[in-house]
Design a protein around this ligand. Structure first.
Ligand code: PLP
Ligand code: ZN
Length: 399
């Protein structure tokens, strides 16, 4: 393997490789997307070397954050790690919900309990740590809400100047938190894709490093740790299906990358791969539409995108080819639910299991009866719903 990084830490990162054309890039320098084809760049690690220096048992003695897997994260110098204790969130059983739907085993990975209140913390911890390491002083990103909050918090901790572009009707909690963390909040009259255009327009003039999802190589590395955590928490096996709310898709893509790496390390066997089930809101379901039409990528923005699940309001995800590839390779499906079903599922989650989940995660619960009815999942399957964030950030949705 072409090794561009001199290791003076435990990270085994080797380089960045384009997901489309395979061109490799030096991980010691600032990179966004492939300069030849605009494809997403993914970090590659020396997994052969890993086999002789770290074992699964080593993790048991380490901190209960995602940094317990530091060999497989991109930060070279440990002193550059910007952490608030993110990751290794609990997996809890949801027996009453399982019973309602007629399932034997329903589990919830609960990222309601993570710094900044959503799963976006892992990605931003990785990205801001790397930004610090590469000497980046100013970042900008488009966000539906939660990613902006996480970027703002980690940037504050790293003394990096943070510009968040958010739709002006993003959840009030997200706007207030960004401002409280000292980020510059730019409220845009439009959707997340319009916010992304503003970042592109301003980045050269203002010297911002673009941190929008899958245009920057390291957020997905943090999100990948959702997959490592699930594997370790399941005793180095995996559930039969992971049901995940999809917006920009980094969560799905990140977990699938984790399973690729864990298989290459010999820590997971091939037949452990779960079905990856993508859930969207019917008012903004570009992945579901492309999946139903057997497309390999999304060709144009979903029209009149609208849903109360703000994290799912992504009409034109940048890395749609990667999202669809994961669903197909895993023999999963993409399915949508209505806003009304999401609101009801939020209440059901709270009353049945004592969990105040975000609307995006409530969508995964709302999808379950449909998935069961269409026999995508079997009553005997072990099903993992991903709660991507706390309902406390969406109090305006609670009557
Ligand atoms: C709470 C929540 N869940 C899910 C998503 C969608 O995640 P992804 O972009 O990884 O598809 C978001 C994105 O903003 C979110 O904030
Ligand atoms: Zn390329």
């Amino acid at each position: 393997m072409h090794n561009t990084v001199k290791h003076n830490s435990e990270s085994l990162i080797v380089n960045l490789t384009c997901s489309r054309c395979g061109k490799s890039y030096d991980a010691d320098r600032k990179q966004t997307v492939c300069t030849s084809c605009q494809g997403t760049l993914f970090a590659r690690y020396d997994l052969e070397r890993a086999k002789s220096i770290v074992s699964k048992e080593d993790f048991l003695r380490r901190e209960t954050t995602m940094w317990r897997y530091r060999e497989f994260l991109p930060v070279i110098r440990t002193s550059n790690i910007v952490s608030l204790g993110e990751g290794f969130t609990p997996i809890v059983a949801a027996p009453k919900l399982a019973n309602q739907i007629g399932l034997e085993s329903l589990l919830v990975k609960d990222d309601g309990l993570i710094p900044t209140g959503s799963f976006k913390a892992r990605g931003q911890s990785a990205a801001i740590s790397r930004a610090k390491e590469l000497g980046i002083k100013s970042v900008a990103l488009a966000s539906a809400g939660n990613a902006g909050v996480a970027a703002a918090a980690y940037s504050a901790r790293a003394s990096i100047d943070c510009n968040v572009f958010m739709p002006k009707d993003a959840p009030i909690s997200a706007k207030k938190q960004c401002a409280q963390f000292g980020a510059k909040l730019h409220l845009i009259d439009g959707l997340i894709n319009d916010c992304a255009s503003k970042v592109v327009e301003g980045k050269d003039e203002f010297g911002w490093f673009e941190l929008s999802t899958l245009k920057e190589p390291y957020r997905v590395e943090g999100k990948k740790m959702m997959g490592y955590e699930i594997a370790e928490q399941f005793g180095w096996t995996l559930p039969d299906a992971i049901i995940y709310p999809t917006g920009g898709g980094t969560g799905l893509v990140g977990m699938w990358k984790a399973f690729d790496e864990l298989e290459a390390l010999g820590w997971l066997s091939k037949n452990e791969r779960p079905m990856m089930i993508s859930v969207q809101a019917s008012g903004c379901a570009p992945v579901v539409k492309a999946f139903q039409e057997h497309k390999n990528s999304i060709e144009r923005p979903f029209e009149n995108a609208s849903t109360i699940a703000s994290g799912l309001r992504v009409p034109f995800p940048f890395a749609s080819d990667q999202i669809l590839k994961v669903i197909l390779e895993s023999k999963g499906v993409a399915i949508s639910v209505s806003d009304q079903e999401i609101i009801e599922a939020m209440r059901n989650f709270a009353r049945s299991e004592g969990m105040l989940v975000c609307p995006e995660a409530a969508a995964t619960l709302a999808a379950l009866p449909k998935l069961s009815e269409q026999k995508t999942i079997d009553r005997k399957d072990t099903i993992l719903l991903y709660n991507t964030g706390s309902g406390l950030n969406y109090l305006e949705l609670i009557a």
